[in-house]
Ligand binder design. Sequence first.
Ligand SMILES: CCCCCCCC(=O)SCCNC(=O)CCNC(=O)[C@H](O)C(C)(C)COP(=O)(O)OP(=O)(O)OC[C@H]1O[C@@H](n2cnc3c(N)ncnc32)[C@H](O)[C@@H]1OP(=O)(O)O
Length: 176
Amino acid sequence: MHDAQDTRPTSSNPYMSDWLSSMQTTAHDSALLPPHHGDCLGCGPANQHGHHLRARRHGDGVVAAHVFDGRHVGAPGIAHGGAVATVLDDLFGFALYVVGELAVTRKLEVEYLAPVLLQTEYTLHAEMLSRNGRKLRLRARVEDQNGQVVATADALFIVVGPAHFTSRAPVIQARR
Ligand SMILES: CCCCCCCC(=O)SCCNC(=O)CCNC(=O)[C@H](O)C(C)(C)COP(=O)(O)OP(=O)(O)OC[C@H]1O[C@@H](n2cnc3c(N)ncnc32)[C@H](O)[C@@H]1OP(=O)(O)O
């Protein structure tokens, strides 16, 4: 059962209200997009364990410059695959600003084509490929400074309503 049509007010929970209203941002071309919320693992500026991803709208997609650091190490000198997946998942979350929908990851498939090195800048791109009802198909790629694609991701996101998050808000707040 889905909750995409549920538009119950969220004013009783300011933390959740702020976050949901940020998802209604109008994404102008080249505009720096807002973090999903301050503590988001992918992009939240207040999360000391996070990736602090910053993305801009680029046409119908989003683009980001990103550097993995020592907190994200897997094999020596190389970013952990889970860290790369986290950043790609969050980049898709930024693409939702352009799509204009509230949605969550149902499936994420990452191909690691070459090692993603620490302390090295990469350019990340993501865009929506197609939409079928609530199902959004998105694709992303990670390019090194020579334009070589070192990782790609395909994702299925499902459009949800605010209740997907508000019904779980007490759990989210308890962990803060
Ligand atoms: C908001 C922005 C924040 C960005 C942060 C980065 C992104 C994230 O980290 S999101 C967090 C991680 N994701 C989650 O927590 C989601 C957990 N999953 C859920 O809550 C539910 O499974 C949810 C809401 C996605 C879907 O549940 P539900 O509404 O019951 O959908 P369900 O009916 O199972 O599937 C929807 C459709 O997708 C299809 N579908 C489901 N899985 C697949 C699949 N693997 N392949 C193809 N189709 C699929 C179904 O067949 C169905 O199709 P149709 O509408 O044609 O019948």
